[in-house]
Design a protein around this ligand. Sequence first.
Ligand code: HEC
Ligand code: HEC
Ligand code: HEC
Ligand code: HEC
Ligand code: HEC
Length: 390
Amino acid sequence: MRNEREIICLAFVATLVGIGLLVSGVAWAGENQSPYEPSTVCASCHADIHGMWANGMHAQAYSDPIFRASFLQAFFETEGEATAYCLRCHDPTSRIPEDLDVKRDIVGAGVTCDFCHTVQDIDLGRRDAPLNSQPGVKKTGPYTNSHSPAHDTEKKDFFKKSELCAGCHQLTGQNGVVLIGTYQEWKESSYAADDVQCQDCHMPVEPEKKIVSEDVKRSKRKVNLHNLAGGHSIDQIRSAMKVEIKNVIQEDESLFVTVHVTNVNSGHKIPTGTPSRQLILRVSVRDRSGRFYLESDKAFEKVLMDENKQILGRDHEIMLKASRVYYDNRIGPKEVREVPFSFSIPYPNLIKDWKRKLTVEAKTLYQYLPQVIGSQPMIVEVAGDMYPRK
Ligand code: HEC
Ligand code: HEC
Ligand code: HEC
Ligand code: HEC
Ligand code: HEC
């Protein structure tokens, strides 16, 4: 016999599935009245670009199971009120017309081609709608004088500027607390001063790709990467930082280790974005035989609290309730952070001959622990160093 708890659980899951179907629009599939064109239409000519985009996080901004689970929690807690708020960035084509039940084919498609390429102007002062996207026959883009049989074109300078990204990668909550600060972190860095935009790092030119299929038009125009990788790209995280053991000093029975962690290659803080990401610096001391082992961790993260000073850990709670910053010790662009560690080693035979007998190791781990049912933590080793060096 099932106990009461199990039944409540089952009822909860059934409701989740029910709302899930509702929200995904399964019940209404086939009725497409959105003024936005689906990305599959663009794919018929822009096949290479579509291929990249379809593999990236923008295509999955709505279907991503981590977002979906978190969105459902927000939906329940606010009795549906959070829908417009969450979807303006995760499913922006649901905005026009106000289609927040997500019931047309086109919606639920994430950050689509036709959303970005119909943006007419940007005003970051319009907090709830900084990107003014007007669907229609005119597609905006980075080039002048493009000619297409399918649509008109218009050049907009902001396609090469971070402000386009800021429309979604910057978010302020209650009391002016910054929930997502990627744009601001960049703006305050030397990259902004040196005119290195988000696109320069995240959308490099892809020499092998074609802007349109050759049977449509032979064009030599360059194509930019549309598969934007970040926290989900291990290579990009690895390229972003350096870890170095600066020195190890022995005093009595203690070892004092100084480690430098450098944000060499990221245009914003590490980690950036939603606060559920952490960077861990782990320093360990072990003897060569492997019998003696000590380790110590230091976390770099942004921790937010609600108005009752409760620490918030789950994405949807952060998005809905954060109203003050508890602390933020993340590592800024090009910053070198010096981090001291000390280890007590109460073994005279080890400490006396520590340079020969002990190895010190430092490494950073990028950790993302989505707090939703059934999701796996993501932990990636990023960079490391050893003492004595090999
Ligand atoms: C019938 C083929 C076809 C279809 C369908 C199509 N395009 Fe195009 N598109 C072109 C051609 C051709 C060009 C011009 C390329 C050139 O001149 O190098 C172009 C250019 C563009 C540009 C560059 C504009 C600029 O000035 O920077 C953008 C952006 C664009 N298309 C977006 C889209 C989007 C979004 C869709 C889907 C809603 C789409 N296209 C559908 C053929 C097509
Ligand atoms: C309409 C809103 C929107 C715009 C405009 C936008 N993004 Fe995003 N972006 C998102 C959302 C939402 C996600 C998260 C998807 C997810 O993980 O569910 C995302 C994910 C990303 C990621 C991957 C993050 C990860 O954790 O792997 C990168 C990198 C990124 N965006 C960069 C950019 C850049 C660069 C621009 C400007 C050229 C841009 N975005 C414009 C909404 C947007
Ligand atoms: C998050 C917004 C965003 C989305 C989504 C997006 N693009 Fe783009 N697209 C850009 C930006 C920004 C550039 C200009 C990059 C640069 O010049 O540095 C661009 C450039 C282009 C160009 C000109 C050639 C090039 O690569 O520079 C075409 C054509 C294009 N996009 C088509 C598409 C199609 C088709 C899709 C969907 C499969 C799509 N885009 C999805 C932002 C976006
Ligand atoms: C100098 C190159 C550079 C610039 C400029 C840059 N980024 Fe990044 N970005 C990176 C690297 C490297 C990573 C991976 C390491 C990390 O998480 O910071 C990254 C990661 C990200 C992530 C994933 C964050 C995470 O922790 O999961 C997002 C989202 C992102 N960038 C968006 C942007 C936006 C938006 C801009 C412009 C405001 C921008 N980036 C400017 C290099 C850059
Ligand atoms: C201003 C735009 C914006 C709004 C509003 C927004 N998000 Fe996001 N969200 C993003 C961006 C951008 C990312 C991914 C990159 C990052 O970490 O910066 C993201 C990432 C996430 C992630 C992590 C997904 C993953 O796979 O890593 C979750 C979960 C999430 N958002 C849930 C929500 C919920 C729930 C709401 C509404 C209560 C919401 N977001 C509102 C822009 C937004």
